[in-house]
Design a protein around this ligand. Sequence first.
Ligand code: FAD
Length: 489
Amino acid sequence: MPSPTASSFQGQKIVIIGAGLAGTLCAIMLVQRGARVELIERQDFETGADYGNRRSFNLTISSRGAAVLEAAGLWPRIKARTIPITGRMCHDGRGIQKFPYGRDESFALHGCRRTDVNAELVAAAREYESLTLRSGYTLDGIDKRNGAVTISPVAGGASETITDADFTIGADGVYSTMRRLIHRGERADFNQHFLDWNYREVFIPAGSDPDHPWVMDPNALHIWPRGDLMMFALPNPDGSFTGNFIYPSDRETDFQVPGLMGDLFRREFADVAGLLASPEETLKATPPSYFPTQRNTKWYHGDRFVLLGDAAHATVPFYGQGMNSAFESTAELIRCLEAVEPAARAKAFATYQAKRKPNTDTIADLSMTNFEELRSNFKHVMPKARRRAEVVLSRLFPKHFVPLHVQISHSLTDYRQAVDDCARRDRMLRWCGLDLLILGFAAIDLVSRGFARLSTAPAADFSDLSSAMGETAETSFGLAPGDSMERRA
Ligand code: FAD
């Protein structure tokens, strides 16, 4: 591990609640800068007891996340736990087709199990003497007057109060206790919105060939677009795949009707069902999970408590940016703290929120739009046509026309800035006939659909155009705006 290179936090003790992705990375970056860190985690890493009922979904790391990990000297060891995802593989019911993310491997995303990334970060954290990891403890309370933090063992036992911390970071995830405690008695807006869809994990086991255990392309995000139903799957290093079956939340009770959801799954996702011993059992193996978006107006209290990651800005995963954005927030928080004397910490917290919130609100909006577009695009030609126009423009003018989703997944430009830049550019292009180009593609699409309907043979329709052109990079685990469900990447 790199030894501490700076001493900007020398002599400070910092408590972090939550040894998830952002909390553990933040702990490492702070000890690298001279701080002493006490990292408190509800799960018991020693016994494996999972008090948070965590699921082990997969995710993709894009440029933003990789850049922060690189700066912390952690990217090589995290990257070693990932699989390059070079495109998306669409199982549209008529066939399977791969859409590369870009012209070369540099556009690959890095697919991994969330638990693997977390385990690697925790292993790295354990290598620092000045970092104390206390797993199996939960946050009970905070004292806003003196900055004290009370924790207690989840398995039972006496609580204890930490009184010597300079400040405490709440990185305790989407249903953050720290956020609730900070907001208590304050003038703080908090908004939580759930999608009308739930998801369940679908574990697809490895095949029997030890030399090539993957039963599908291991370098792809697999997607099964089915209107209101959807499924995605990412590969695991052992040859298995972890998928998410997404369904309208009002169908939750259908899981109680014997055979109903199993039959539906067999009908809609026949190729996956064939890989499972029992779709019913697979679907019942994990509880339903939800898709919340959370926004709040108060990320800190005074100079003693501050929120990080999902605790501050949880978003739905349809742009594949939740963790990537949490890592960017980590880097920003540290930058803001380093820019001031400890006495001005409250100012640093305010600057951190002011810099990050417009960006995290933007990615939350984009992620929601993506989900909506994803569903409607399945039926509509215009967004598809727009996407094709973008492909053409980005190939003709690669320096001047970088699609928004490429800026989100493959650049370090602030989310807000990227959206503003693209809106400005699109306004200009509209003057130059962008809308005509889009209409042209829509017409081609409609004509090709007409021909495909007339033909009995599975025609190569124009939706393959972008792939035939060597399609430019798409987004990460999330879906690019203008992507249809077929284009989930
Ligand atoms: P977490 O990783 O959730 O960590 C919070 C930690 O706090 C946990 O360890 C928890 O046990 C602990 N904790 C909670 N309460 C307490 C307490 N009271 N006391 C002590 N400890 C506590 N992001 C991407 O960038 N790319 C993707 O492709 C992607 N795909 C996703 C797919 C799905 C299905 C989902 C659900 C999310 C996806 N995300 C993705 C989002 C990403 O997982 C989150 O944004 C990320 O995990 C946030 O990190 P965090 O550290 O803030 O929270």
